[in-house]
Design a protein around this ligand. Structure first.
Ligand code: PHB
Length: 395
């Protein structure tokens, strides 16, 4: 509600400013003017906590940068996208056309981000994606003005194929929501697992964001696979691990997933998540100075522990800070800005990373084990993994 209210107030306050702004072509806007950032994220629904963590991470990095990016003060325009693809095009257009944002930052949900990608491609607006993994955003739909600071859906799931095969599992059942991120995560896991000789005996799906898991758990119990691979996140992940344990499966059929299953969710998952192994581009206990400083500052400022979403939001601001500083805060020469963004080495809590040619992080994927309220890093599952960027032809 707070966000909606903020959005409405912001919109009213801006009506007159936008009217003036609308008369000026974007490049003519003075560099000394405030940088207009459109945050399009979920603040309600199953991914609400993810949107909040991304926003907080972004704000922390801006704070550490004296409240500026590329030397410019910032004005925020915020929309709750509700992880609702049907509203996504309108929401993104409001920020780009009406609010005339310089940068669109969002979002969490792969279906919603594909609408943002289309708006960015059509309008030329700069888009920075701080979560949603839709492969096409840095694959077939890649573009000079689209950058991602998180992952492609292919990335964190792929190493799990080898992890599970090496554990001796051969027959696996998969379960996820039937939408971009779920389907692409399962596809990537399956690609790696079957290449080694494993088989997926059944792929199960339920509509996003449903959490009626019981019929699937009953079927898993009767199929008796060696193990189960899932993609769930946020509120749905909490309900899933709890139901899996309540069904008596936790100690019988090992459960694995990409690390979203246990990230930002552990206090709510309690015993149901203990010991789970997952793969992800972040882990709470990553042993570097940047991660320690980041986690300390985040916990101090927001009163909660940082998670992967907070890191991705933080890195989105670091990327913009790096790129914009190099061009002295100017959006005038677009190709100079994009090539500056391409060159930023992001000093992330996950470890330093650079962009692939398709504008997606090249990064280590960690193997993590849940211990108490932390995803402890127990190894590197895949060093410097780069998304294959299938179909990307950068214009
Ligand atoms: C996605 O829809 O791309 C998505 C959502 C939540 C996650 C990861 C990926 O935790």
């Amino acid at each position: 509600m707070t966000t909606r209210r903020k959005f409405v107030q912001g919109a009213a306050a801006l009506a007159s400013a936008s009217a003036i702004g609308a008369l000026l072509p974007t490049p003519a806007r003075a560099q000394s003017a405030k940088l207009r950032i459109g945050m399009m994220l979920p603040y309600t629904g199953t991914f609400a906590a993810l949107g909040t963590a991304i926003t907080q991470g972004f704000n922390l990095a801006v704070d550490e940068n004296a409240g500026k990016l590329g030397g410019r003060d910032i004005e925020y325009f915020t929309v709750d996208d509700e992880s609702e693809p049907a509203k996504a095009t309108d929401n993104a257009n409001k920020l780009v056309q009406r609010d005339k944002v310089d940068v669109l930052v969002g979002t969490v949900h792969s279906g919603v981000v594909m609408a943002m990608v289309k708006v960015a491609r059509d309008s030329g607006a700069l888009l920075v994606i701080p979560n949603a993994g839709a492969n096409a955003a840095t694959g077939s739909q890649c573009a000079p003005n689209i950058f991602r600071t998180s992952f492609s859906n292919w990335q964190p799931a792929h190493p799990m194929g080898k992890v599970m095969y090496d554990k001796g599992h051969r027959k696996v059942v998969t379960l996820t929501w039937k939408y971009g991120a779920g389907e692409e995560s399962v596809e990537s896991f399956k690609e790696a697992f079957t290449k080694l000789g494993g088989s997926v005996v059944k792929e199960m799906y339920l509509p996003f964001p449903n959490v009626e898991f019981q019929p699937f758990l009953t079927e898993i119990a009767s199929l008796r696979p060696d193990a189960v691979f899932v993609f769930f996140a946020g509120g749905g992940a909490v309900k899933f691990t709890k139901d899996y344990m309540a069904a008596g499966l936790k100690d019988k059929i090992p459960l694995y997933g990409s690390g979203f299953l246990t990230d930002g969710t552990l206090p709510a998952q309690g015993a149901s998540a203990q010991g789970l192994l997952t793969t992800l581009h972040y882990g709470d206990g990553i042993d570097n100075a940047k991660n320690k400083q980041f986690r300390f500052a985040y916990a101090k400022k927001f009163g909660v522990q940082a998670d992967v979403y907070a890191v991705q939001g933080y890195d989105a601001a670091l990327l913009l800070a790096g790129g914009l500083t190099a061009v002295k805060g100017s959006f005038g020469e677009r190709s100079a800005l994009y090539s500056a963004l391409e060159k930023v080495k992001v000093d992330s809590p996950r470890g330093p990373w650079v962009m692939s040619k398709a504008h997606n992080p090249i990064q280590d994927i960690y193997l993590r084990r849940v211990d108490g309220n932390a995803n402890e890093v127990i190894g590197v599952a895949w060093k410097a993994l780069e998304d294959p960027a299938r179909g990307c032809k950068m214009a």
